[in-house]
Design a protein. Structure first.
Length: 304
């Protein structure tokens, strides 16, 4: 019995010695696995994390104070100086579809120049209209109303006598509908210039070549170019009343200056001369050199 117990004790001692030897070899191979090493590395890791995290946190908290100051932002005025977007158009597009306007300007300078050109064209058209109005007013003043001469009120003896012998009933110049009434409207621009923002006439829609009738009897006082108003005919009806037929076809005049004509006489053909967007008749009515609403005037005389 004693011998067996001795062998068992010896066997356990031998296994313990082997385990200690294995542990010693493991420690020699991986020294960081010792309790002291683990404590050291854990302490080192916590210190490293603190050293890296604390400055980053401080920098993040301080960022708004120095990264986004007013001095770093562009002034508001700079935004208005940015160049406009360009408009690219296919070269095969029809020219009528690519008329240049303010939207297609590609730079601030070009946009400014485009607007200045439009303003200059509008002023030119306005000055021309004023010149023509002054010219018409001067002509009307020369034929001022004289109640002792004739019931027609004209100092033109031939016209006065003529108006006393013919019908002075008023009528529509063309059968087409009214396409643009008297009053404010948008600008119309083309190669001949730009229209006024106030339409001092009344447009009748009609095809080019349509005959234009005199609205009443009178004397032809003008045929020719009216600048931005295109080719035109002016008829004096006596009493300071004149009618103007504008934008007629070039060379389509059917009357001459000085002719005494009855109402319904064809004076010219509808055209598209001057500042226009298409074929039509622009009828204007002047009373003592000042434009009045043609629609109101013609309606009062049963012509519309």
């Amino acid at each position: 019995m004693r011998s067996r117990s001795t062998r068992s004790t010896s066997s356990r001692s031998s296994r313990t010695a082997v385990q200690k030897a294995d542990a010693t070899r493991a420690i020699n191979r991986e020294p960081w696995r010792t309790p002291q090493s683990r404590r050291f590395w854990q302490s080192f890791r916590r210190s490293a994390i603190l050293l890296l995290a604390v400055p980053g946190l401080i920098g993040t908290l301080a960022l708004p104070a120095f990264a986004f100051t007013e001095s770093n932002l562009p002034p508001a005025s700079n935004f208005s100086q940015l160049e406009a977007q360009s408009l690219n158009v296919n070269e095969k597009a029809l020219p009528i579809l690519v008329n240049r306007d303010t939207y297609s300007a590609t730079t601030t300078a070009e946009l400014t120049a485009s607007r200045a050109a439009e303003a200059a064209a509008a002023k030119k058209a306005s000055d021309e209209a004023a010149r023509l109005a002054a010219q018409a007013a001067a002509g009307t003043a020369a034929r001022a109303f004289d109640p002792n001469r004739s019931s027609s009120g004209s100092t033109d003896a031939d016209l006065s006598g003529y108006l006393d012998t013919v019908s002075t009933v008023w009528q529509r110049p063309v059968a087409g509908p009214i396409s643009s009434p008297y009053g404010p409207r948008g600008l119309i621009c083309n190669g001949a210039g730009c229209s006024n923002s106030f339409h001092d006439g009344m447009d009748f829609s009609a095809d080019c070549g349509t005959p234009i009738k005199a609205v009443s009897a009178g004397r032809v006082t003008f045929t020719g170019s009216g600048g931005s108003y295109g080719q035109r005919v002016i008829v004096d009806h006596g009493g300071g009343v004149e009618t103007i037929y504008g934008h007629v076809q070039t060379g389509s005049f059917k009357v001459a200056v000085g002719d005494l004509i009855e109402g319904g006489t064809i004076v010219a053909l509808v055209g598209a001369t001057g500042v226009v967007s298409g074929c039509h008749l622009d009828l204007k009515v002047q009373l003592d050199g000042k434009f009045t609403n043609p629609q109101t005037y013609l309606e009062a005389r049963g012509a519309l």
